[in-house]
Design a protein around this ligand. Structure first.
Ligand code: HEC
Length: 216
């Protein structure tokens, strides 16, 4: 093995090159991204204008853990692709593609790789109703007949109505095969509440200097 040092050098440079190319250069390019106003004035933020993206707060942050636990990411992406790369715009999944800055506050970025279901990057703008999400999670076929999304029934308690019905109980259309037995109601657990708060917080409804809305 007289070429051992050469072999090691070869391995070292291969790894070093990929580290510089993949990690260091991305970090230099994107590592310092800050929230921004939708436009810049002389390269600076406009005073008084809101800056985006905003941080996830309250129970929506807990809801993100539920989203991860339940494996929603195996069927849903959270990235709107550029126009011309597929038909995300045409499907109404967003008014603009997502860019690196949209993700700067995310501790775990859930881009996803599979799209068995629709992209959810902007689902909070597209479907802003808590009630809709609750019904859909409890049994997707209530809102989306024929859906192949699994029901998350175990995120709800089916309980007997004692006295007054609970204020949080979700409406299941009368006569639906998924309605609870008479005298029972379906009440979301804390995990379902957090998950829906998270879904409603997913919005790409702001512009950034590098990416404005596209009207189709
Ligand atoms: C096995 C794949 C699969 C999994 C896992 C899955 N979904 Fe879905 N999802 C779908 C499909 C297919 C649709 C489209 C039909 C429908 O609306 O039910 C969908 C639709 C949706 C929609 C409506 C989107 C729209 O634009 O109409 C939301 C919101 C959603 N899913 C959230 C979730 C959440 C939250 C989880 C995890 C708790 C999850 N999904 C897990 C397949 C999946």
């Amino acid at each position: 093995m007289k070429n051992l040092p050469l072999l090691f050098l070869g391995i070292f440079f291969t790894l070093a090159f990929s580290w510089v190319g993949l990690i260091l250069s991305s970090h230099l390019n994107l590592g310092n991204l800050q929230p921004s106003t939708s436009e810049l004035e002389d390269g600076k933020l406009i005073e008084g204008e809101p800056v985006y993206p905003i941080k996830l707060g309250g129970i929506a942050q807990t809801g993100k853990d539920v989203y991860i636990d339940q494996g929603c990411m195996y069927c849903h992406s959270q990235q709107i692709r550029a126009q011309g790369f597929g038909s995300d715009y045409e499907r109404g999944w967003g008014n603009r593609q997502t860019v690196a800055r949209d993700y700067i506050f995310q501790d775990r970025v859930l881009l996803g790789t599979m799209r068995t279901g629709p992209d959810l990057a902007n689902v909070g703008s597209r479907l802003p109703s808590r009630e809709w999400h609750m019904q859909h999670l409890y049994q997707p076929r209530i809102t989306s007949p024929g859906s192949i999304m699994p029901p998350y029934t175990y995120l709800f308690d089916v309980q007997k109505v004692e006295g007054r019905p609970s204020e949080d109980a979700i409406m299941i259309p009368e006569g639906s095969p998924y309605a609870p037995p008479a005298g029972y109601e379906v009440v979301p657990t804390d995990r379902a509440e957090a998950l829906v708060a998270y879904l409603l917080s997913l919005k790409v409804d702001y512009e950034l200097p590098e990416m404005g809305f596209t009207e189709l």
